[in-house]
Design a protein around this ligand. Sequence first.
Ligand code: CP
Ligand code: NVA
Length: 310
Amino acid sequence: MPASQRLRHRDFLAIPDFSVAELHALFDLADRMRTGRYTAKPLAGKTLAMIFMKASTRTRVSFEVGTYQLGGHALFLSPRDVQLGRGEPIADTARVLSRYVDGIMIRTFAHQDVEELARCAEVPVINGLTDLLHPCQVLADLLTVRQHLGGWDGKKVAWIGDGNNMANSWINAAYRLGFELVLACPEGYEPADHLLDRAREGGRVRLVRDPAEAASGAHVVNTDVWASMGQEEEQRKREHDFAGYTVDRAMMARAAQDAIFLHCLPAHRGEEVTSDVIDGAQSRVWDEAENRLHVQKAIMAALIGGEPLA
Ligand code: CP
Ligand code: NVA
């Protein structure tokens, strides 16, 4: 937006950027959107820039469709289209985009790049995935837990597999919301120390090696690919190192009877999850993918559209 119209802005880079009360308000708003009770157009006349330095199906489509449904317009910017891909500094990109658009969503590699973008931008910045975090996805996952289990109080969440951006965002969610989270990760694939240490102080987040221990009695069983974007050349080694970490029927049988299975997608059937689990009765992955749309609309309505989170 032009310099003359700029206001103070708020970013969403990590789940703890929102207070507990704000998160509940955000989920309420997302639920109103999910059930068709919200019809306002808070992004009318506004534009979202979407920078994608990595591939995407869900994030790209849900942000673009979500912006349109809220009355706004979204621009898809890949490294082939913008000078950022040819080395223009992220700070300069932030300053320039801020003069044209009302919000920036970015998916990239280094989390520090998103922090720098947010520091230099004069419009809200939303994290659409970094190597460290995937906060929009875990908010969609929490909305799915609320939709199917009524909430997370008194529930045990299991994370089975890589200590990656998804695991780190689940740790942040447990830190902020206080539910029990048990992560089972192989040696050498642990989540980020600084996030785990902070969350462990609350006493409800544990890291174990044995996937059966994590899955035992869990109400939510979660996994993700073994090789994330940017780690493709490690695929073979990871297949070896993650042996025993596949979520299969036997592992689901250890979970609570009404347990749900979540996966952010894309999934590799036969690796981190078997087909009978991801395509089975306990899987909620399609609702989970749909909830990206609702939760991101709520985030954009609040940060860009001025919808109060109270
Ligand atoms: N879950 C998720 O972020 O999917 P995409 O990589 O397709 O955006
Ligand atoms: N951990 C995965 C998530 C994809 C949505 C990745 O970063 O590739």
